[in-house]
Design a protein around this ligand. Sequence first.
Ligand code: TXA
Ligand code: MG
Length: 326
Amino acid sequence: MIITSAYKEKIIERAGLALRQGKLVIFPTETVYGIGAAAKNSNAVAKLYEVKNRPSFNPLIVHCANQEMAFKLVKVTKLAKKLSDAFWPGPMSLVLTCLENSPVCPLARAGLDSIALRIPANPICKQLLEVAGIPIVAPSANLSGELSPTDVKHLKNEIVKHCAEVIDAGRCSKGIESTIVDARNEIPVILRPGPITEEDIKTQINMQCFHSNQSQLDSPISPGQLASHYAPSAKLRLNATQKKQGEVFIGFNSPNADFNLTETGDLLESAANLFDMLHMADKQNPVRIAVAPIPNDGIGEAINERLARAAAPRDNLIKNPEEYKT
Ligand code: TXA
Ligand code: MG
């Protein structure tokens, strides 16, 4: 059920309380649905890793209601201030050095001395974070390695059954996970491309970015960026111009597509449709999912990054999650 104003306040109150009590809650953001837990509560965070089958070397993003709450947790750099003033609330996560007395439990940080911080723009999410009043860690609400949910219909019962509340606010407007930027130094380093693009950073704050592989930093790559990720069950064939036998074809303004990411060549619309169409294509149990070439401009870079991971060989997925449980 999509929440209407009559129920909204009540559900958000209940969900905020559940989070404070160490329970798990699924909630919408403008990027994808997240599964949240109190960042300071190591039992709740351990449960979150377990429910997702997430390797414990993969740190979580800390979601805050506002800049003040977020910046209490980290060493704030000039660059972080600039980026956050320009892009928060919004789909950007900033990696910063964690303060020693930070309440974020070490498990949530996977033992790192840094934290990724995010202030989402989705109004329901914002309200929930305000009501909860504490930092909330929230990975995407899918099993580790699988496609992110951009609608509650994508949620699996294996995850939902462990949650105190699921807040349904319809489809996520951006449809692709936040851009992750390392803001610990003077130049922004993009660790994961997302809805806020390099061009947006250039236009709005007049700064050029590094990409993680250009960076000279110690640990430039987001630990969660395993080669195979965001994967449907079916294999993918990328840059396909037409459909082969047994395939489902996801097009980009293509006349012969089973699902068209866009019919006008709009990349923002394509990003918002991407995971939903991969979910729908996968449901048909095809031999393969063929996907048309996507221009690499703007958010197209993030779309192509997700597709490359979805198409990557699966043998680097964690085969035995037990090994990584804490
Ligand atoms: O849009 C989003 O970011 C969504 C919504 C729910 O907010 N969340 C999300 O979380 O995509 P998750 O857990 O699926 O992806 C988090 C990514 C992982 O690749 C992880 O390695 C990276 O963030 N990350 C977290 N903390 C980090 C840190 N301290 N340094 C570098 N990367 C970090
Ligand atoms: Mg994820």
